[in-house]
Design a protein. Structure first.
Lengths: 197, 88
């Protein structure tokens, strides 16, 4: 984080950035699909949106943003390590990652409650266009959080065995980049689906 | 540098609370939608620059996500503000 010299490539494995670019296109199309479909029946979209629990979306945004912050703290811990204190820095990073995973799990639990409420109301993909997009967007994002949690757990496991060194820590940076992507996609999704009307 | 991350996190949380209050109190109108879109752009840009460290990257790899973000937010604004024809 403390580098001032500009790099030619983003940090981490370049393959993760290719995945991120593909995800951006996919989610971008879904966001725009929602925004332009809304124009065909604004009243129905606004009415359906009132059934969503804004507080739940808000709590989930705070959970993901904070989890992302914990992940970046873990990454900077590893980046600032000194060779003779590898164990100490890995251990410190693992604590940040544990917090990040807990907040990620909080997101998933909260989302499950939200989905069970929505399904309990008899709403499904064919209820109307708003709920089709809501379930597609949030369900697809939910799967990304799930995958991101698995990635975080793997990184966490590696820090537990002091696996990252000053020379070799691309893995944690790549996993972190994926998690931050999951975070900023939700940052767009929250106002778009829950608030803007 | 450590403080920068904390400041970024505080801004992200602050803007999220602002967005929530607008939605929760039903203060949403055309003006606030514009504010929400601008603050959303700022939030994502902060994550890209400081959490994903893209501010340390030069050239196209820094700008690809920002251009994507600009296009998506702008088109959402177009979808919101463009008058709807009542012919159907």
């Amino acid at each position: 984080m403390s580098k001032t010299i500009k790099e030619n490539y983003p940090v981490g494995d370049f393959a993760i950035w290719i995945i991120i670019y593909v995800e951006l296109v996919t989610f971008g199309l879904l966001f725009l699909g929602y925004a332009f479909s809304r124009r065909s029946n604004i009243e129905m979209f606004n009415h359906s949106q009132l059934m969503l629990e804004t507080t739940s979306g808000f709590i989930n945004t705070l959970l993901l943003v904070t989890s992302s912050y914990f992940v970046v703290k873990a990454v900077t811990t590893i980046q600032n390590m000194t060779d003779n204190r590898r164990e100490e820095f890995n251990k410190k990073a693992s604590k940040w990652l544990l917090l990040a995973m807990l907040f990620g799990a909080g997101f998933l639990v909260n989302k499950i409650f939200e989905f069970s409420y929505i399904f309990g109301e008899g709403i499904n993909l064919s209820t109307n266009k708003f709920f089709m997009f809501y379930l597609l967007l949030t369900g697809f994002h939910f799967m990304h959080v799930l995958l991101g949690s698995v990635i975080l757990f793997n990184i966490f496991q590696k820090t537990r065995v002091y696996g990252y060194t000053l020379e070799d820590h691309k893995g944690i940076i790549s996993g972190a980049a994926y998690w931050h992507m999951v975070d900023f996609l939700w940052i767009i999704l929250f106002p778009l689906v829950y608030i803007i009307r | 540098m450590t403080k920068t991350l904390e400041i970024v996190w505080i801004i992200l949380v602050g803007l999220t609370i602002f967005a929530y209050l607008l939605g929760h109190l039903h203060y949403i109108n055309s003006f606030f939608v514009a504010i929400l879109l601008v603050t959303t752009f700022m939030k994502v840009q902060l994550v890209l620059n400081y959490f994903m460290e893209l501010k340390n990257v030069t050239g196209k790899y820094r700008w690809i996500p920002s251009i994507w973000l600009g296009i998506v937010i702008s088109l959402i604004a177009v979808a919101y503000y463009l008058p709807v024809s009542n012919t159907h």
